[in-house]
Design a binder for this molecule. Structure first.
Ligand SMILES: [Zn+2]
Length: 60
């Protein structure tokens, strides 16, 4: 994630726990460059990546 103000790298400062498993978690992120904070960003990168093998494509 990158800062909308300066395009700097953002760091997660807080993770909001979801009410249930069906709700995606949100997090607050802060820019490492200018300190700009963005609230309630989706916190799904890295954890929900699932590689679905497509055997039909691989047969070729
Ligand atoms: Zn910034």
């Amino acid at each position: 994630m990158f800062c909308p103000k300066c395009n700097g790298i953002q760091d997660i400062i807080k993770v909001h726990e979801a009410k249930d498993l069906a709700t995606p978690r949100l997090c607050d992120v802060q820019c490492l460059e200018c300190g700009y904070v963005v609230y309630y960003q989706p916190y799904d990168f890295g954890s929900t990546i699932s590689l679905v093998p497509n055997n039909k494509e691989l047969k070729q």
